[in-house]
Design a binder for this molecule. Sequence first.
Ligand code: ZN
Length: 391
Amino acid sequence: MADIKATRQQTKLHNRDLVIRTIFDNEPISRADIARTTKLTRTTVSEIVARLMGEGLVEEVGQGSSIGGKRSILLSLVADSRYLIGVNIAQENFIGSIVNLRGEIKDTVSIPVQGNDGHKALELIYGIIDRLFAKGWLPVVGIGVGAPGLINSRDGVIINAVNLDWQDLPLAGLLENRYQVPVTVLNDSQATAMGEYVYGEHGSDKNLVVVNVRHGIGAGILIDGRLFQGDDGGAGEIGHVVVEEDGLVCRCGQRGCLETVASAKAVCQKARVLYKSPEPVSLDMLLSRFESGDAVTRQIVVNSAHFLGKAIGSLIGVLNIKKIVLTGDMPRFGPDWLAAVKESIMKSALNRLTHETTIEVGQLDYRACILGASAYLLQDSYSILFTQPEK
Ligand SMILES: [Zn+2]
């Protein structure tokens, strides 16, 4: 009997999840259309909607077009009925935001990070989240973190983040103990991909690859609207694919990784060598020389784009995904850089696969990671939004 009861509870939870997901994706929507979309009976839909309205998650927002003389009432999500916290700890500053259910950022806290002291870094994360909670947005129902390095998202463990001196850090567990809400931890490129997918305007494609080219390079892969993380969470780690035998030593210990030739850091280092500059060359400096048409700079940037395109071409060859979004620092080099990446992609995979590829630039900058980390809390289930458990 206990099993039957448990199964019934699960079905109820599943149906509630289905209804709120349908409202999320199609709002404003009538009860009749929810029933048509979900294939649940009208009675079930009405019961669930009544409950969601009782919890303050859904509201009636007006009337739809008339069907057979009777106008239907439209339903919409109450965007500010719950809040999520999204944190991006993959930048020079740690940044955290309060995000509502429609992905609107309500408040942001940012703290500069110095050095790579793992203990201090953890204290900074607590500091950011404490300050966000103190802002008084209620209720906060979950925390999503986008972190650098190799992450086991299932267990919320940071396996290895060199920049922050973390190994096997159970970050989700630590934050759950401290704040008593569900916590998810994602690799920052995967979180960025999730953010661009959910909140960027990249059309209705359910398959998407987002390549994040900053200090390092990482990609996030969405397949059928879900983040694909691979067996160990490392899917999309294209930054450490070797593209140049006997190339420069990478921070991972190998030689000739994509990161050593195509990242923002790599082009700055290459420029320093070719300019014979005693001082480090900044990306801004490189950018202004690039825009003024300096031949050496153009060659550095185009060459980096060539390597990047080759790596992306391999991804397309494996996945046959038509939409690629490029984000991070390197897209600042604009249409010429983009064209060079594209040209190299075309040469690197089967023509039939690449000729329909569209390459777009990310729209959400650092916010993509924050929004994606928070959206990931709802990827599998909306149950963290519900206040009353199933009986
Ligand atoms: Zn490497």
